[in-house]
Each structure stands twice: as C-alpha cells, then as structure tokens.
Design a protein around this ligand. Structure first.
Ligand SMILES: [Zn+2]
Length: 158
C-alpha cells in the first residue's frame, strides 16, 4: 500500500495544477489553429487580436507551470540554478555545476529554518478562463489523452 506523506500530497496537487494548465494550453492552441484557418479561408477576417490574446494566455500558463515546477522541486529540497538549470540542494549557496551564486534566502545553511520551514501552500489552480470572442466555435474539442507523466512519484516502501 502507498504511504502518502504530506509532501507527496502537496506535490501531487502541484502536478494536478500543471496538468490542468497543460490542458488549457492545448485548448488555446486548438482555438488559435482554428482562428488562423478561418482567416486563411476568409481574408476579410482579422483574428490577429484574438490570436494574440490567446498567445498571451499561453505564455502566462507556461510561466505558471514553471513556477509550479520550481515549487515541486522545493518540496523535494531542490532548486534550479538560474543559469544552467541544474538541480541543486536548497541549501547550496552556489551551483555545484557552474558555480553561479544563488541569490535566495535558502542559500544559507540554517538548521532551524530547515526543520521549521513553513510549507508553501499549494497554489490555487488559477487557470484563466478561455476568452470568449466572436469567433467561438460551436463544437467543443474532444478531451484529449492526458499527457504522460514524465516522472511519476516513486512510491515509498516502508
Ligand atoms: Zn548552474
């Protein structure tokens, strides 16, 4: 049987949020594609603005996914080097790979802070609502296959 420690639960929450955001991104891409095609078929249509708002939304979602991935790393006691993206322990002041300095408060070895560190609350799934525009199609895209989880959390055996 699987033993769930609170950390695993928090990570699962983040992962779920990431999956939701990935699905939203797919939906936006779908809409962008249909809009672009609509413009291709009818040169009088100008959907540039509609496409741009969706591109903005996608960018925001990618940023939020990055943030969530960083939070997941934090739960695992890791952080990414801002320069080379190598995973380092939270307590490292310098990247062990490229030597870049970490400018964050975690980069100080402080036993008290480590043991009593407040766990970051899971981010509310802030999925921006799909923008309703005049070009909205009647058909809703069929739900797609959920993206394969790259690294399923290993279950700890007691
Ligand atoms: Zn580095």
């Amino acid at each position: 049987m699987a033993i769930f420690d609170p950390k695993q639960k928090v990570i699962a929450g983040y992962q779920k949020s990431i999956d939701d955001k990935k699905n939203s991104i797919k939906k936006y891409y779908d809409e962008i594609g249909r809009m672009y095609y609509g413009q291709y078929k009818d040169m009088n249509l100008d959907v540039t603005k509609d496409i741009n708002t969706r591109c903005d939304a996608v960018s925001t979602l990618y940023d939020e996914i990055d943030d969530l991935n960083i939070k997941i790393l934090h739960e695992k006691g890791l952080k990414l080097c801002p320069k080379c993206r190598t995973e380092n322990a939270l307590t490292y002041a310098f990247c062990f790979k490229c030597g870049s300095r970490f400018d964050d408060p975690d980069a100080v070895i402080d036993e008290a802070a480590i043991s009593g560190a407040p766990v970051a609350a899971p981010a509310a799934p802030a999925v921006p609502e799909p923008i309703e525009e005049t070009v909205a199609e009647e058909e809703t895209p069929a739900p797609e296959v959920a993206p394969a989880t790259e690294d399923a959390p290993a279950e700890e055996e007691a």
